[in-house]
Design a protein around this ligand. Structure first.
Ligand SMILES: Cc1ncc(COP(=O)(O)O)c(C=O)c1O
Length: 384
């Protein structure tokens, strides 16, 4: 059922649906009326510029998806057949799929218990193991999970020691910070997503950012079918059709204007759930690392079955019966059938998080009454 469509009894509550306002509508109509209905145009240029200003990154290329941004990032770093790329295991499949697109092999790294992000200690161990075998990874992809930055000082130290470049998968973390610096400013390149469920959305879209101007310019070139400069169509390289449409960039510009409000509302939603449910036996929430501010894209909780008296799946099903969407945490990549042959360093941490973790509805348009309804269902599972 599409977002906004009424369910059988009560209106369905989705996990993190799009939240649009009048600015987006006005800009979209402007793009439409100007007839720039193409994967280029003035809104694309303006979106890139404004993204850099708002988010605090130096250079940006607006693309058709976050996956495209990750794919091009790896391409820029020269990842190819036979290479290995170290990737956080607790993530969405796109973080690892892009490694496969290039004929390389992902090697998974478990989560740190404190942040749920890539464990820098395990990364260091894996790097040392790779060095001993005489085959260093071609890149590392660290994911900023559910809107919280990974521990970049420690990750960059491990990468720097072996001269391995870092790609930041900041798809979920727009508006978050690490030691005062914005998500997306770590590593050789970073990827953001504007998929429909993200903190701001263009329905589908992504942004590749980097402090390296030439990397971003080359990404734009490859994303535009690698068209050489000539009056006819001339190609000396294989390109991709990865640019963002001018229509969607117009929507993105409007969404950027409310990014601060969205972060603040997401954090309030998190706080609401914590206050309402944090005292229940066996319930805990995703920790916020002392080094930064999460955008709390999704509020995630953990259920201790023995103390709570029910599992996270019992809660999910109880919510579903009330027409409320919730979702288990990402299933770790090393447990996915498609990656079953890949190496994993550690694994127990992310497996436990998957087993016990649930993402609650966190849409910024949720009203307080919706939050009360959701919390009421979780409380009732505990009482039963
Ligand atoms: C961690 C992570 N990486 C990559 C992506 C891919 O982004 P997109 O859907 O825009 O391709 C997503 C979300 O969709 C994500 O959550």
């Amino acid at each position: 059922m599409a977002p906004g469509v009424t369910g059988t009894t009560t209106k369905r509550i989705y996990l993190s649906p799009p939240h649009m306002g009048p600015a987006e509508r006005g800009l979209l109509l402007d793009a439409f009326d100007s007839n720039w209905i193409a994967p280029l145009g003035p809104h694309v240029d303006a979106f890139e510029r404004e993204f850099c200003e708002t988010v605090g990154v130096l250079h940006a290329a607006a693309l058709s998806s976050g996956t495209a941004a990750l794919h091009l990032s790896l391409l820029m770093l020269g990842v190819g057949p036979g290479d290995e790329v170290l990737v956080s295991t607790l993530t969405f499949a796109a973080s690892a799929n892009v490694v496969r697109y290039l004929g390389a092999t992902p090697v998974f790294i478990d989560s740190d218990r404190e942040t749920w992000n890539l464990d820098p200690g395990l990364l260091k161990e894996e790097m040392a193991g790779c060095a001993r075998r005489g085959k260093l990874p071609k890149a590392v992809i660290a994911v900023d999970l559910y809107g919280q930055c990974a521990d970049y000082d420690r990750i960059l130290a491990a990468c720097g020691r072996y001269g391995v470049p870092l790609v930041e998968d900041a798809a979920e973390a727009l508006g978050a910070t690490y030691k005062g610096k914005p998500a997306g400013s770590f590593g050789a390149a970073a990827a953001f997503s504007f998929n429909g469920n993200k903190i701001i959305t263009t329905s589908a879209g992504g942004m590749l950012v980097s402090a390296d101007r030439s990397l971003v310019e080359r990404a734009r070139f490859l994303a535009t079918q690698a068209r050489d400069s000539a009056p006819h169509y001339e190609h000396s390289e294989i390109g991709h059709n990865y640019r963002m449409s001018n229509l969607l960039a117009a929507v993105g510009r409007g969404q950027l204007r409310v990014l601060r409000d969205r972060v603040s509302r997401k954090r309030d939603i998190f706080q609401y759930y914590k206050d309402a449910l944090g005292e229940l036996p066996g319930i805990s929430f995703m920790p916020e690392a002392g080094y930064g501010e999460s955008n709390r894209w999704l509020t995630c909780l953990l259920v201790d079955r023995a103390r709570f008296g029910a599992t996270r799946e019992d809660i999910r099903l109880a919510l579903e019966r009330e027409n409320i969407e919730s979702r288990p945490l990402w299933k770790p990549m090393h447990l996915q059938p498609v990656f079953k042959d890949c190496r994993i360093r550690g694994g127990a941490g992310s497996e436990e998080l998957f087993e016990r973790g649930l993402c609650l509805p966190s849409g910024t348009a949720l009203r307080d009454a919706d939050l009360e309804r959701i919390a009421g269902v979780v409380r009732a599972v505990c009482r039963d």
